[in-house]
Design a protein around this ligand. Sequence first.
Ligand SMILES: *Cc1c(COP(=O)(O)O)cnc(C)c1O
Length: 374
Amino acid sequence: MKIRSTIQKMTPYVAGERRPGAIKLASNENPLGPSPLAMKAAADAIQEMHIYPDGALTELRQAIATARNVTPDMVLPGNGSDEVLTMIGGAFFNPGDRVLIGAHTFSQYAFAARLFDARIQTVSMPDLRLTPRAILDAARTGDPARTSGPGAPVNPVKAIFICTPNNPTGLAFTMDELVEVLDGVPADTLVVVDHAYQEYAARTGTTAVADASRLINRYPNLIALHTFSKIYGLAANRVGYGLAAPQLITDINRVRLPFNVNSVGQTAAIAALNDTDFVHKSLEVNAAGKKRMQRLLTELGFTWLPTEANFICLDARMDAQKAADIVAQHGVTVRALTSFGLPRHLRITIGTDSQIDILEQGLQALAERAPVVR
Ligand SMILES: *Cc1c(COP(=O)(O)O)cnc(C)c1O
């Protein structure tokens, strides 16, 4: 049987490492566990596990709409926001369509593009920063594979993926920067903004969830992705969603599988949205852990990026996988960023105080093995 040639070239997703007995700071999960209200609701939902879930996702869409100040027809839940990404590809990408993706970012944008034979144009990220200028330049320059010679028609960009705060750097776009991109592209270029870590973004002026919703009313080509996997602590339940203008949601909904979000996930997500105490506690723990980890990294001589999320990206000063192994030997798994095009960088989820106590030993061991070059 002959596999499609683009699929043949695809490599399986590299997940954060799990080691029995080790603390996992490799996948940016909530170190406090699931929202307690969500756990209770999920336990109740298990009683009805023999019944198909609500295929129309009515209550979940209503709950998200209320929380995000939009209408339910602007909400599209998925089996994690990962699934929303592939639904976007399925609804919109024709073979050969050009999509723009940052050089160092989450792998699932490229996955969604390849799955539907779209062509990826990588946007460079000097100093690990994605800028509106770089995106718009790449969009205007055209597709190197398609255009030939001056005056040749430029193949328009079908979609642009922007992760803010970005996984794995933690750096965020400001509202103004996002608007600059939206204003600089044609109305038929889809702008996908991945807000998986938006709840953690503290700096004023970074795109806020509510602002993104307001933006949706202005830009019918914008879709914002959110997830219950991070601050709500429900990564295993697989619930995420897209927010966009009703027409965009209607179009994407055509490729949604009938029961894409399971009933335990639906119920848990609704409860988690109402668990504001848990969200606040998560933000506090993250802010304190961030300060402590940044101080620790500085003391050990590592350079790191000023994160707006629940993880820190640092230069390990040696091969990333070797560095991750050293830290793992001390009981904490972290993410080597080789597959993100950063062969010397690590991404470490911000943990609780007791987790950082243990991480500290691993980082000390790493610092000894990776002497500072001054
Ligand atoms: C974790 C993460 C997600 C969430 O994916 P789910 O499928 O909702 O679990 C989305 N985007 C980015 C950049 C992430 O890091």
